[in-house]
Design a protein around this ligand. Structure first.
Ligand code: THU
Length: 130
């Protein structure tokens, strides 16, 4: 099963009564293990969480902190684009060269990287004087 297939499967569990927009994400960590997440919305709208954030939380809770590959899928006209917050979250655990596949449920894909998704990332180096 490919990483996109994992993201496609977990997308079915998304809790999206407000947007009706289901998203699935899958992360392959350095160990080779795969962690998945879906978006989980809340009646207090800002409390909702993105699929990517869920997958990252699952990875970290399992004791891993290095992302090797990412896949995200949604039923959108073009491959779904991670929000700004999720780009920063991905950059926390993945190098700039880490491959990211963005996909639509009808088979369109866009291959990019964490670095392309967030040029000029704020990182710990910038706090070296602290
Ligand atoms: N969403 C994600 O889960 N990931 C993305 O990459 C884009 C947006 C979710 C957040 C919200 O539940 C819904 O999609 C609509 O914004």
């Amino acid at each position: 099963m490919s990483l996109i297939d994992d993201a496609r499967a977990v997308r079915e569990n998304a809790h999206v009564p407000y947007s009706r927009f289901k998203v699935g994400a899958a992360i392959r960590a350095a160990s080779g293990r795969v962690y998945v997440g879906c978006n989980v919305e809340n009646v207090a709208y800002p409390e909702g969480t993105c699929a990517e954030a869920g997958a990252i939380c699952a990875m970290v809770a399992a004791g891993e902190t290095e992302i090797a590959e990412v896949a995200v899928i949604a039923d959108s006209p073009v491959p779904v684009s991670p929000c700004g917050g999720c780009r920063q979250k991905l950059a926390e655990f993945g190098a700039a060269a880490v491959p990211v596949t963005l996909a639509t449920t009808d088979g369109k894909t866009l291959k990019t990287t964490i670095g392309e998704l967030l040029p000029g990332v704020f990182d710990a180096e910038q706090m070296s004087r602290v």
